[in-house]
Design a protein around this ligand. Structure first.
Ligand code: ZN
Length: 207
């Protein structure tokens, strides 16, 4: 007997989630059918809300439903801007409670081979943000691979002769190719504290 189309559609939907193979998708689909009516309605409502109410902050890429909890926080230092290549890294840094500035999320790192040019990854938006917010220090928290290093050098170069904007990057000690989300809080916060200066701009809040 073949699976009826309605159930098959549900299985196919679950299969789109990361780490879910066919068997698991099938199990989840039948488990969904076996939920109480109330639980299933709550599930449907949560999915509907996630797709209709959750927005992505145009400034830092963080997900929010009312207003961005980071950008709208008046206690944060607007002159400090930490740059990541993936907004998932913001969550990793937020968990350390060791950073009180704002964030900017690039769309990846520079890679000429993959057509990721400065325009494509949002360098212009970054420059606009630095100017409009009066940013005094840019902290680069980019991947430690070749593309990440290239991107860091490119940005440092943009502000090379700008005495008002200091550019630094996270201290060494983050293993090459490691994503921030897999690091412990102490490693992340000490690499923020021990950040390395990349240009001659004014250094702010340096420990
Ligand atoms: Zn934001």
């Amino acid at each position: 007997m073949e699976t009826i189309k309605t159930i098959q559609d549900l299985i196919d939907s679950y299969k789109k989630l990361p780490g879910i193979g066919y068997r698991t998708a099938e199990r989840l689909a039948y488990a969904t059918l076996n939920l109480t009516n109330d639980d299933r309605q709550a599930f449907i409502q949560a999915l509907d809300d996630a797709s209709n109410k959750v927005k992505r902050c145009p400034n830092c890429g963080t997900y929010f439903d009312e207003e961005c909890p980071i950008c709208s926080d008046p206690r944060r230092d607007k002159t400090l801007l930490l740059v990541v290549s993936d907004s998932k890294d913001i969550l990793a840094i937020e968990k350390t409670n060791g950073y009180d500035g704002l964030y900017f999320s690039l769309k990846g790192t520079l890679s000429p081979l993959k057509n990721r040019t400065p325009d494509a990854i949002g360098i212009n938006e970054l420059k606009n943000r630095v100017t409009s917010n009066g940013v005094k220090e840019i902290i680069l928290a980019l991947p430690t691979d070749l593309e990440g290093e290239t991107t860091a050098l490119y940005i440092a170069n943009v502000y090379k002769n700008n005495p008002d904007v200091h550019v630094s990057k996270l201290a060494n000690g983050i293993p090459i190719g490691t994503n921030l989300e897999y690091l412990d809080n102490l490693t992340i916060s000490s690499s923020i504290k021990g950040r390395i200066q990349l240009n001659e701009g004014e250094k702010k809040n340096a420990e």
